[in-house]
Design a protein around this ligand. Structure first.
Ligand SMILES: Nc1ncnc2c1ncn2[C@@H]1O[C@H](COP(=O)(O)OP(=O)(O)O)[C@@H](O)[C@H]1O
Ligand SMILES: [Mg+2]
Length: 267
């Protein structure tokens, strides 16, 4: 049975699709068989990203880059039972699923198949509201946020279906190099929320223009390591690549045995 990683958040524009593709490619590069599912039927960013990658590979026959298999949306009409069977039958080691920044029945169902949910947050206090309603005076959690409730529902649905549990990693994306105060406040509040709301905090990503540039060619930071890609390193790429490596290590740890072992073996 494949390990399922779902990228989700109640908000758009936090880096779900970008990071989903980066993780999918990084794992595929390590020799794992990776399937990618686009659960954001309207935006289709993950699909476009991987189609751009396919086009890049077609026009650069020398480039030997890992290509996760994109599974298109034909399966969206499946019932829950069929979906269980379908997931169980996938030949992949890892399935990476991207979801929209809004509540859809499909997204809700997909969340319930996760082994691990990854939630990127933009680095602003406003974004914390998806996790919890926090009293600004005392810092106390007044009630869980909308997305925290969705994860809770997904955990219940998963437990009822197969007794399995879902890990949840929250990470900060687009960290500004300048705003040290905001960074500290965010880190502090997230640390407090983690235990209350039920997630682990993962390593974050700085604000880096490179992410926007890579999309059009369907490329990711891992591809800089393959000479055949023809990409040239700069200092900013090196730092970003390290952030990606830290994330992959962190995800492997959250997933315990399964992909941790495969990732370790493949180096
Ligand atoms: N760390 C980052 N630094 C700079 N731009 C980023 C970063 N992460 C994502 N982006 C950009 O932000 C935009 C939204 O990202 P996307 O992955 O589509 O978010 P979502 O899927 O959550 O809506 C894209 O233009 C993407 O290139
Ligand atoms: Mg998206």
């Amino acid at each position: 049975m494949a390990t399922v990683i779902v990228f989700g958040n109640e908000k758009g524009g936090t880096g779900k699709s970008t990071l989903a593709v980066h993780v999918a490619v990084a794992l595929a590069r390590q020799g794992l068989k990776v399937d990618a599912i686009d659960g954001d039927v309207n935006q289709g960013t993950l699909s476009r990203y991987l189609e751009n990658r396919q086009a890049f590979l077609s026009s650069n026959p020398g480039a030997q880059l890992a290509l996760p298999r994109l599974i298109s949306n034909y399966w969206v009409t499946f019932s829950q039972e069929k979906l269980s069977e379908w997931f169980a039958g996938l030949p992949a080691d890892v399935v990476v699923i991207d979801t929209p920044g809004s509540l859809t029945p499909l997204s809700e169902t997909l969340h319930s198949f996760a082994d691990l949910i990854v939630t990127p947050l933009n680095d602003s206090l406003i974004d914390l509201a998806v996790l919890a309603d926090v009293d600004p005076e005392t810092g106390e959690v007044r009630k869980p946020g909308h997305y925290a409730e969705r994860v809770w529902n997904a955990r219940k649905a998963r437990a009822a279906r197969d007794g399995g549990s879902i890990s949840w990693t929250v990470l900060r994306n687009r960290l500004s190099a300048l705003d040290a105060h905001n960074k500290r406040v965010m880190a502090d509040i997230l640390g407090k929320l983690a235990a209350r709301v039920g997630f682990d905090t993962g390593p974050g990503f700085g604000e880096r223009v490179i992410f926007r540039e890579l999309f059009l060619q369907g490329l990711t930071l891992s591809d800089f390591e393959d000479k055949s890609s023809g990409l040239a390193w700069t200092v900013s790429h090196v730092a970003a690549r390290q952030e990606l490596r830290d994330l992959i290590d962190c995800l492997a740890k959250s997933l315990g045995q399964g992909i941790a072992a495969s990732v370790a073996e493949s180096g």
